[in-house]
Design a protein around this ligand. Sequence first.
Ligand code: PHE
Length: 453
Amino acid sequence: MSEGRGQWGSRLSFILAAAGSAVGLGNLWKFPYITGMNGGGAFVLIYLVCILLIGLPIMIGEVLLGRMSQSSVVGTFPKLRGEPTAWVSVGWLGVATGIVILSYYSVVAGWSLHYVWLAITGELLKSDPQTLFASTYADPAINLRYHSLFMAITAVIVLGGIKGGVERAARVLMPVLLLMMAALLAYATTLDGFGRAVDFVFGFHLESLTGDAVLEALGHSFFTLSLGMGAMLTYGSYLSRRDDVIAVSLATTALDTIVALMACLVLFPITFSAGMEAANGPGLVFINMPLAFASLPGGQIWSLAFFVLLFFAALSSAISLLEVAAAYLIDERGWSRRNAVLVTAGLVFVIGIPSALSGSTNGTFGAEAHWIGERNWFDTFDYLASNWMLPLGGLGIAGFTAWRLGGRAREASFKAGSKLGSLPGVYFAWLQLLRYAVPVAIVVVMLHALGVL
Ligand code: PHE
């Protein structure tokens, strides 16, 4: 290990931090809303298949690469090849993707901060949820204020380094999040709309599925597991050879999937019980949760707790997004952590300004502007990053791990510290998935979405 790099305090810390990265707005905000937009059941099934057959093998590959190289996503490729290599472009793509994602992620996270404030003042439960969200989304001043606040908080934590900041935050945040989701789920089962919601999420409604929806399910499986840009690789680089990569990857993937499904099973019963549409768009969690809290005893406390939680979930993911670019500047360029974090966070803030204007009447970046198709700036960034950049990065990571890494070192590292990984056939199955199934699936889905196939 190179001088001065941090390391996790224990294996549990890594799981919590990796799960903290994975579980975020992707689970609580995005997954329910795109499930609603894509008609439920069949979309969910394809997403689950992507998680299991594509996401999990890549997750193992990414964490493994990081642990083997003990360096950032850009440094990993030349280091493991032992020479300069064009594969380094996968690392560059990762750093760029992290910056792009964080730029609009921070805006949505900012909404959660704004809602925390509205819950404290009590305004949240007094207003009509739909109007309240619409006016939040449309207001450049609110968006810019909370976007900058959120980036500042993220930067302060990443400044604290691995042990001091990232790990300490994750240890508290994850368990609380799980408890609160369980409580909300228990409440949701008592609602009239619960049965319909279960059918919506798990019933197989093939008719509502399109080629774009398959690309979206694939892209989202990368987004929600924080794959394809080196976030998991960077976290894996703080692991030691004694750590069980297979077990921690499994645990992280399982936890992330459980929270995403729980979010749907909390949100859709509320949606249906209130007689609202599932395809409500990005406002879903911000409109429907307050709706439920308004009718709950102690609604103000609930709403406060929920949006604090949403903010924490976003924060622990944002930390990992920022850490990728910062780790690159620290490890490869010899920058101090302080300068690396301040410069990247500042850059992300500036790039995020158009996204903060995305609900406004601004002609170039606002709600009515069209960049790719009907998408405004915000949606275009999300579309490009999740549906194209992450899967492309994942393709690169899978390709490198499966075809370019020395076979003996790869196998030894896969099995090191892992009982599960040493079971007969496990390594072989993983390698075959990564070699053939993963690249073919990603390429086919992309060509299909481009209309070539
Ligand atoms: N996985 C995070 C979420 O679901 C988002 C994320 C993507 C974080 C990529 C890191 C890297 O909210």
